[in-house]
Design a protein around this ligand. Structure first.
Ligand SMILES: *Cc1c(COP(=O)(O)O)cnc(C)c1O
Length: 385
């Protein structure tokens, strides 16, 4: 009667010893998702794989290599250090630093041939003097704030600003771009307004002979929305990692990350006894439980206490009480008797069951982006595909 885990669980580790909580990253899924996105994007668009935050927790170097193999044109990061790490790994594809870059990091960025986002004159002037001094033009992308209200110059300033950039020595205006705030919503008036403002800017740049070679706007959601004009490139992050970028999306994306751990202990909890910190969960009757070797420091968020479900032998087991830093406790269905060392799946599939990043992030009260980033920090990573 007892379901056994020996098939899946007895030897969860590969050839390399790894700790008791790990993330499996399927690089074949990355390549598949790149191809799907390239065919969903407006035709002719180049694809920039957004690999900031260590590729949303998946590992920037292997993910970047896989994305480039599958046809991505370039990469986008948020920090100079992230771009440097890719160069140090021998990646030569174009890399754009999308976020704010402090002036003190600009020389490092140029040494590593990173394109810099510019939304202010100070940065542009600093790049100009660095480019002039080194004899190699700094590549920059002008950002336009069409309504997101993070970085960028305002649309009405964009053309004059671009003219100033074009006149600076030591720089090359390679791109102009914007970022959407609501591209994941159906029928978003905000999206339409941003898209129209951006199109006006691009048009005006064209009239002045200032249109750079790379005009880009779309994130994952806009890329697949069918509403985007065919600009030169798209910048896709979340969809690359197999998460649908908007509610209605039914794109054939393959999930990339699984979070796995082991059964560290199997125990009986007696009637009335509590489980974990604060003893918030109390057993109504005697019950079987398993300690899983994964906690909030492994990215399994504390808010999943009492609500998350972990797969054991392809069955869903509810998290009991608080998630700890390095472990959590699940209740076992009556006939399930896992061995110590059996494999538990906290994100991903086991047998016929799947816990998706969407499901887990909803239960945790967050979004898949944050969940994946969090899971990318401590667990060991194993790559396949
Ligand atoms: C993170 C980011 C993206 C990617 O967004 P997804 O929703 O993950 O596709 C694109 N552009 C900018 C400027 C970003 O910061």
């Amino acid at each position: 009667m007892a379901a056994s885990l020996t098939d899946e669980g007895a030897t969860p580790l590969g050839a390399e010893p790894c700790g008791p909580a790990w993330v499996d990253v399927d690089l074949a899924a990355i390549r598949h998702n790149v191809r799907v996105l390239l065919s969903a994007a407006p035709s002719g668009s180049k694809l920039m794989a957004v690999v900031k935050a260590d590729a949303y927790g998946h590992g920037a170097v292997p993910v970047s290599r896989a994305a480039l193999e599958a046809g991505a044109w370039g990469l986008a990061v948020a920090r100079v250090r992230e771009g440097v790490a890719l160069r140090d790994a021998g990646i030569t594809a174009p890399i754009l630093v999308q976020s704010y870059t402090p002036i003190r990091e600009l020389s490092t960025a140029l040494e590593h041939d990173l394109a810099i986002t510019v939304s202010g004159l100070q940065t542009a002037l600093a790049l100009s003097s660095l480019g002039t001094a080194t004899g190699r033009d700094a590549r920059l992308h002008l950002k336009v704030d069409t309504g997101m209200h993070r970085y960028g110059v305002m649309p009405e300033e964009a053309v004059n600003f671009a003219a100033r950039l074009a006149a600076l020595p030591g720089v090359c205006l390679e791109g102009v771009y914007t970022h959407y705030a609501t591209a994941d919503e159906d029928d978003s008036a905000m999206y339409a307004q941003q898209a129209a403002r951006f199109a006006d800017v691009v048009h005006a740049l064209g009239l002045r002979g200032l249109r750079p070679p790379l005009v880009h706007a779309a994130n994952s959601a806009a890329t697949i929305s069918g509403r985007e004009p065919p600009w030169d490139a798209v910048r896709t992050g979340i969809a690359l990692y197999g998460v649908q970028p908007s509610d209605g999306s039914t794109l054939d994306l393959h999930p990339v990350m699984s979070l796995k751990a082991e059964v560290g202990r199997v125990l009986d909890v007696q009637e009335g006894e509590g489980v974990s910190y604060g003893q918030h969960y109390r057993a109504a009757t005697r019950m079987a439980a398993a300690v899983i070797t994964c906690g909030y420091a492994d990215g399994y968020m504390r808010s999943l206490g009492g609500t998350g479900e972990v797969l054991l032998a392809g069955r869903r087991c509810r998290v009991l009480g608080q998630v700890c830093m390095d472990s959590l406790v699940v209740g076992l269905p009556g006939d399930l008797e896992p061995a110590v060392g059996a494999e538990a799946v906290l994100l991903g599939s086991q047998g016929a069951e799947r816990v998706s990043a969407d499901e887990l992030s909803q239960r945790a009260g967050t979004i898949a982006y944050e969940l994946l980033c969090a899971m990318g920090r401590r667990p060991d990573r194993r790559y396949s595909g």
